[in-house]
Design a protein around this ligand. Structure first.
Ligand SMILES: [Zn+2]
Ligand SMILES: [Zn+2]
Ligand SMILES: [Zn+2]
Ligand SMILES: [Zn+2]
Length: 353
């Protein structure tokens, strides 16, 4: 991720909604593909603050009303909709129940993570879309919490309906409990994970999405040669075996995480997430004046992986210096790099780039 500039010259960040230097409101302008100041004219119509652009903009409904977004929609594109949803919010099918205390804050965290993940997908030019866009695998999101049945309600509710974070046919579901820091850290420790983040969840589930979009019935044989046969054993059998026996000893030589050992689909999703981590970390370095880095959007895989390895050493030590978890905890063996390179090549050859 790069940093952006308010029209006053101050540096602003991807999540910001207001410039701390001049007080201007900020928003993502889809016309110039950047975050910058936005200004309302006397009619209340917002415009991009960059005089070279000046596009007429409407704040995303989730920005203007719900305050969980910071993107804008070109006003010219709207045809009287009351809820103008931005290019990222339009994929939301289900949002958390905002009548429950704390859910708006969780939703806000979820949207912030989702925007960062979309930013990297767009940087790579990966193709995604909704049913209206004519996508055979229409992307959509459900953000919801477990429903615990209360007794003595006047209506019937499903008993202890539990929400599973996952992906099915384009629908990515995130249990909003993952936006609760305490709950998420408890889960991380009990599952023995090196990291557990909202961004990581999105990256993993989008890995399943892109398997459906780019691999399924297209290059399954190539994928099998790298990740193994996803039909044998079938997913349900593999899942049960994993929860009974855990990861095989020595898994670190061949898998990016213990969970990746469960089934080739999970291995692919974990490798896809690792690739997006790699691209986004190198992207920070590329836009930093502190290090001389390759451009992750155009670098070949060897250069990208070498850059990430160098940065990993530096950033792990930096984190250790202040007592944080290692930023790049995995050791990238040749086998693991081969899997990540498969994702890289798939991304490079994706249609519509
Ligand atoms: Zn400013
Ligand atoms: Zn603009
Ligand atoms: Zn939005
Ligand atoms: Zn998965």
């Amino acid at each position: 991720m790069k940093t952006f500039h308010c029209n006053c010259g101050a540096v602003v960040y991807f999540e910001n909604v207001q410039c701390v230097a001049c007080g201007s409101e900020l928003g993502w302008c889809p016309a110039c593909q950047t975050l910058g100041s936005i200004h309302a004219d006397v009619y209340g119509q917002y415009h991009c603050g960059d005089p070279a652009c000046g596009a007429a903009l409407t704040k995303c409904y989730n920005y203007a009303v719900e305050q969980v977004c910071n993107r804008c929609v070109p006003t010219a594109q709207l045809s009287g909709e009351t809820e103008a949803l931005c290019d990222y919010c339009r994929f939301n099918d289900t949002i958390p129940d905002l009548s429950i205390n704390g859910n708006r804050e969780k939703w806000s965290e979820i949207e912030a993570a989702k925007r960062r993940v979309f930013y990297t997908l767009d940087l790579l030019g990966l193709p995604y879309g909704s049913a209206e866009d004519g996508f055979a695998v229409p992307l959509s999101f459900d953000f919801k919490g477990d429903r615990v049945a209360k007794r003595f309600l006047w209506f019937n509710v499903g008993e202890h309906e539990q929400v599973y974070t996952g992906h099915a046919n384009g629908k990515v579901t995130i249990n909003i409990r993952e936006a609760d820091d305490v709950e998420r850290e408890k889960a991380r420790v009990s599952l023995g994970e090196a990291h557990r983040t909202l961004i990581g969840h999105f990256r993993h589930e989008m890995g399943h999405y892109f398997w459906d979009v780019l691999v399924k019935e297209k290059c399954e044989a190539d994928c099998i040669s790298v990740f193994g046969d996803h039909d044998n054993p079938d997913y349900a059998t593999a899942l049960q075996a994993y929860y009974e026996n855990g990861a095989p000893p020595g898994w670190q030589s061949n898998y990016i995480s213990a969970y990746a050992t469960m089934h080739p689909w999970e291995d692919f999703a974990e490798s896809f997430a690792a690739y997006l981590d790699m691209v986004s970390v190198v992207d920070v370095a590329f836009h930093s004046s502190l290090v001389d880095s390759v451009d992750p959007a155009s670098a070949d895989f060897q250069a990208l992986a070498a850059e990430y390895a160098q940065l990993g050493l530096l950033l792990n030590e930096t984190n250790r210096a202040v007592g944080l978890l290692d930023l790049v905890p995995e050791v990238h063996t040749a086998t693991i790099l081969g899997k990540i390179e498969f994702v890289h090549t798939l991304s490079k050859n994706a249609p519509g780039r």
